[in-house]
Design a protein around this ligand. Structure first.
Ligand code: ATP
Ligand code: MG
Length: 396
């Protein structure tokens, strides 16, 4: 019996004149994601009345396909289903057979004592003259025959659903996985993400991609103070989070010279503030090169000295674009929870040095005044340092 995957997307963003734009973006993202992992010929995607159907795939891959689809933003729920002919003239013979098969599968895995079920019928095909509840009663029979489950229309453990489509096919399934939600990546402009090797910035990427923002990433490395392995770690984080963000170009910018210059010419307590101002300038230039209209960081209010309001004010003034900080009001444990769920946590906690930990001052300025910082910074040839770093950027 043929297996398919039903994909349902949110209704909210599909209203109005943007509908077809959102839809084509979502389809492209689904096809790209599945093609990259399984090959373009490994499946077929079609559209059927407000949902998508993946079919013609190797059934052994079904679990992996479902996992992959759960990471595509814009999808609200997913069900693996049997696709059969409705065959109304034949008393829904094939549909009943599918329900029997499904019932046996559910029974095998069932651990609930005195489990209950219901059958839900959606009858889009109005050529069938019987009301849905009557069809449901007929379709409950194979469940009775194959399981000890009792009917309970209100408090049921299992809902056997039969979706009778106008196409003449019926989809039969028993549960739905929750999709990633959000909006299809690409519908909310582009952002330049500051990607460190830490826990926060990959989560920030996930959060912005969830709202449809396409990202390009930049990482600041300070060789030889930071190692090749630290760089690999950042690349690895990019590779993991790409399952959600769609492909994300990664710039690695040499930052050592800037840090050495600040170290030499500026008071050490302003090291971090000035350093972060340079990061913003460089990110802004790269953003413009990549048609990005915002900068994204993993900052959270009060987490460290560089994440006070004054610190953010003094870095912000060097960014020529709005800065989005999706984690601004998150506690660390809330961020960690997401990092674990999206699979970046284990990589993030690997102990490798970050450029921010090099030349770390003992007493960083916690409430730096913008005028003061600008004055101290004037000892540096800012434009030349920035340009050199941008010119030295490597793309991974
Ligand atoms: P993270 O866990 O993301 O490293 P953090 O809590 O360690 O964050 P900071 O090190 O102060 O905080 O960094 C704040 C933000 O600045 C990061 O979330 C990231 O967006 C950016 N950032 C810090 N270091 C780098 C770096 N080496 N390259 C690129 N961006 C960086
Ligand atoms: Mg960090």
């Amino acid at each position: 019996m043929k297996r398919v995957i039903l994909i349902r997307y949110g209704e909210i963003f599909l209203k109005g004149k943007n509908r077809s734009y959102f839809e084509s973006l979502l389809i492209k993202n689904i096809v790209d994601a599945l093609s990259a992992d399984f090959g373009a010929d490994a499946f077929k995607l079609s559209r059927s009345q407000g949902r998508y159907v993946v079919e013609d795939y190797d059934e052994a891959l079904e679990g992996e396909l479902l996992d992959r689809l759960c990471k595509v933003f814009g999808i609200y729920s997913i069900s693996a289903a049997y696709k059969v002919d409705t065959d109304f003239e034949n008393e829904f013979a094939a549909v009943k057979e599918a329900i029997a098969l499904l019932a046996r599968r559910v029974e095998e895995d069932n651990t609930i004592k005195n489990a209950t079920f219901r059958v839900t019928v959606k009858r889009a095909d109005k050529r069938i003259p019987i009301p849905s509840f009557e069809i449901a009663a007929k379709l409950a029979v194979p469940v009775f025959e194959n399981t000890p489950f009792k009917v309970d229309l209100k408090r049921f453990d299992y809902d056997f659903e039969a979706d009778i489509r106008e196409s003449g096919y019926t989809y039969v399934y028993c549960d739905s996985l929750r999709g990633a939600g959000g909006l299809p990546v690409g519908c909310s402009n582009r952002g330049m993400l500051l990607l460190s090797g830490g826990i926060d910035s990959p989560v920030a990427a996930y959060m912005m991609a969830k709202r449809g923002m396409k990202l390009v990433a930049v990482h600041f490395a300070s060789p030889p103070y930071t190692s090749e392995r630290a760089k690999q770690k950042v690349k690895e984080l990019r590779d993991i989070v790409e399952a959600y963000t769609t492909p994300m170009k990664l710039y690695v910018v040499p930052f050592t010279e800037i840090q050495l210059a600040i170290h030499e010419k500026c008071p050490s307590e302003y090291m971090i503030t000035i350093m972060r101002r340079f990061m913003m300038r460089i990110a802004t230039l790269l953003a413009k090169e990549n048609r990005c209209e915002a900068i994204v960081t993993g900052e959270s209010l009060g987490q460290v000295a560089s994440q006070t309001v004054e610190s953010m004010t003094s870095t912000e003034s060097c960014a020529g674009l709005p800065i989005f900080r999706p984690l601004i009001a998150f506690d660390k444990d809330e961020t960690v929870e997401i990092a674990k769920r999206i699979g970046t946590y284990e990589t993030s906690i690997q102990p490798f040095e970050d450029c921010c930990t090099v030349f770390l001052p003992k007493n960083p300025a916690i409430h730096p005044k913008l005028e003061k910082v600008a004055e101290l910074e004037s000892a540096l040839d800012i434009d030349a340092l920035v340009q050199k770093a941008v010119d030295g950027a490597e793309v991974l």
